[in-house]
Write a protein that binds this ligand. Structure first.
Ligand SMILES: NC(=O)c1ccc[n+]([C@@H]2O[C@H](COP(=O)([O-])OP(=O)(O)OC[C@H]3O[C@@H](n4cnc5c(N)ncnc54)[C@H](OP(=O)(O)O)[C@@H]3O)[C@@H](O)[C@H]2O)c1
Ligand code: SF4
Ligand code: SF4
Length: 383
C-alpha cells in the first residue's frame, strides 16, 4: 500500500480508502437483496482484510445501508482494529432541525462506531442550501466545541454543488479536509479539477469519492471504450486506469472507493500497491483524455441539469429524462436506465406527459429542442 502525508496533520494515510456505502448484501430467501441488509460476515472480513493490508482510512455516514453501515464498521473495527485506523463519518444536515441535534447525532455515531472519538467528522453533502442552514444554526462554533471535548479530531465536509459554493465553504473555516466527487469523466462537474486545485492550494487535503463513478467506469464497460483502452502500450483494466489516473495527481490525497465484494477489494488493493504520484507518462495521460472525450461524444442531449425548465406544468422530469438517455448512450446500460425510466413514468413524470406548451424551451439556456428530444428519449427508454 502506498501512503502520503495527510496535509500538515502530521500522519500518513493510505492512498486507497475504503468507503462503506456499497458493502456486500445478504441474499434474501426469494433471491432478492435489500440495501439495508448487509452481509455482515463478508463485510467484516473485507474491512479487516483492508486494514490488514495497510488501509488506514474508512468512511461511513449515517444513511448508508439504512443506518447499518456505521454499525457494521464499528463491529469490524473492534478487537483492536479501531486504534490502527482513521474513521470518517458525517453529520446529515437533513436530520438537523435545531442546534441540539448536532451533538445528539454525533453521540449516536460514537455509540454505533464503538469509539470515543471520530477522526474526520464531515458535514455531509454540502450545497448552498444545507450549508446556509447549518451555518445559521451555529455549526462552526459547534465543531470547535466538539474538537475541544475530544469527540472529533478534524472537522471536514463533503460536497455536491457548484465550484463557487465550494470555494465559499472552503474559505469560511479552518477545514482539515474536504471530500469531492472526482473521476476521469467528472473533471468539470461540481467542484471538479478547479476545486481540487483550489483546496490543495490552500493546504486542505482532498479525499476523492466515486473514483469509478459508482462502478460505471469498471465492470460492464462498453466495448467502444475497452477498444480504446486496448490501444495503450501497457494493458490495464478500466478500474486500474481510473485509479492510476487519480493516484498520479499530487492534489488527490485519498482515493475513496467502495467495494461490493472481496474480489473487487483485493483487485483494488493490488493496484494501490504500486499506484504512485506523477507516475503516468504523457502518452498515458493523453489516452485518458481520449477516453473521456469518447464517453462524452455519446452525449445525446446537451442538458446541463440547470433545472431552469422546472417545474414543467405537466410534471415532466425533463433533466432526469435527459440524464437517463445520456447515461444509456454512454455506458450502454440500457436495461438499468429503462427500469429507472419506467419508475418515472409510473410516478407520472415521463416524457409522454408533455403537452408541448413550449414553456421549457423558452427558458432553456442551452436552447435545446426539448419537445423533440423528449420524444426521442422516450423511444429509446421504453424497451
Ligand atoms: N459524502 C458523500 O456525499 C458521498 C457520496 C457518495 C459516496 N461517498 C463515499 O465515497 C465512497 C466511494 O464512492 P463509491 O462507493 O461510489 O466509489 P466507486 O469506486 O466510484 O464505486 C464503487 C463501486 O465500483 C465497483 N468497483 C469497486 N472496485 C472495483 C474493482 N476493483 N473492480 C471492478 N469494480 C469495482 C463496485 O460496483 P459494482 O459491484 O456495482 O460494479 C463498487 O461498489 C462511498 O463508498 C462512500 O463512502 C460519499
Ligand atoms: S413543452 Fe412539454 S416538457 Fe416543456 S414545459 Fe411544456 S409540457 Fe413540460
Ligand atoms: S433548462 Fe435546458 S439545460 Fe437546463 S435542465 Fe432544462 S433542459 Fe436541461
Amino acid at each position: 500500500m502506498k501512503y502520503v502525508p495527510f496535509g500538515k496533520l502530521g500522519f500518513e494515510v493510505s492512498r486507497y480508502g475504503l468507503g462503506c456505502m456499497r458493502l456486500p448484501l445478504e441474499l434474501q430467501p426469494d433471491g432478492s437483496t435489500s440495501t439495508e441488509a448487509i452481509d455482515e460476515k463478508h463485510a467484516i472480513a473485507m474491512i479487516r482484510h483492508a486494514a490488514d493490508s495497510g488501509v488506514n482510512y474508512f468512511d461511513t455516514a449515517h444513511g448508508y445501508h439504512g443506518g447499518n453501515s456505521k454499525i457494521v464498521l464499528g463491529k469490524a473495527l473492534s478487537d483492536g482494529y479501531r486504534e490502527r485506523v482513521l474513521v470518517a463519518s458525517k453529520l446529515p444536515p437533513w436530520n438537523v432541525k435545531t442546534a441540539d441535534d448536532f451533538e445528539r447525532i454525533l453521540d449516536e455515531h460514537l455509540v454505533a462506531l464503538r469509539t470515543d472519538h471520530i477522526d474526520f467528522w464531515l458535514l455531509h453533502s454540502m450545497n448552498r442550501e444545507s450549508w446556509e442552514k447549518l451555518l445559521n444554526l451555529g455549526i462552526l462554533e459547534h465543531l470547535d466545541a466538539m474538537v475541544a471535548k475530544g469527540k472529533i479530531r478534524f472537522p471536514a465536509f463533503s460536497f455536491h454543488d457548484d465550484l463557487d459554493v465550494f470555494k465559499e465553504i472552503l474559505d469560511a473555516y479552518d477545514w482539515k479536509m474536504c471530500q469531492i466527487q472526482y473521476n476521469l469523466l467528472d473533471i468539470d462537474h461540481q467542484a471538479g479539477r478547479a476545486g481540487l486545485k483550489y483546496a490543495a492550494g490552500k493546504g486542505v487535503p482532498v479525499v476523492v469519492m466515486e473514483p469509478l463513478k459508482g462502478g460505471r467506469l469498471a465492470g460492464n464497460v462498453p466495448q467502444y471504450v475497452l477498444d480504446r483502452w486496448a490501444t495503450a502500450q501497457t494493458q490495464r483494466s478500466p478500474q486500474e486506469w481510473a485509479f492510476r489516473w487519480l493516484a498520479d495527481q499530487p492534489e488527490v490525497t485519498v482515493v475513496l472507493s467502495g467495494a461490493s465484494n472481496m474480489d473487487q477489494l483485493k483487485d483494488s488493493l493490488e493496484i494501490f500497491q504500486t499506484a504512485e504520484v506523477d507516475a503516468l507518462s504523457d502518452a498515458e495521460r493523453r489516452l485518458v483524455d481520449e477516453v473521456r472525450r469518447l464517453y462524452q461524444s455519446r452525449t445525446r442531449v446537451d442538458c446541463t441539469a440547470c433545472d431552469y425548465c422546472l417545474p414543467c406544468p405537466a410534471g415532466v422530469a425533463i433533466p432526469r429524462i435527459f440524464a437517463l438517455i445520456n447515461e444509456g448512450s454512454m455506458y450502454e446500460n440500457w436495461a438499468e436506465v429503462q427500469k429507472r425510466y419506467a419508475k418515472l413514468v409510473d410516478e407520472g413524470n415521463g416524457a409522454k406527459q408533455c403537452v408541448a406548451c413550449g414553456n421549457c424551451e423558452a427558458v432553456c439556456p442551452q436552447s435545446l429542442e426539448i419537445i423533440k428530444d423528449l420524444k426521442m428519449a422516450h423511444q429509446a427508454l421504453v424497451p
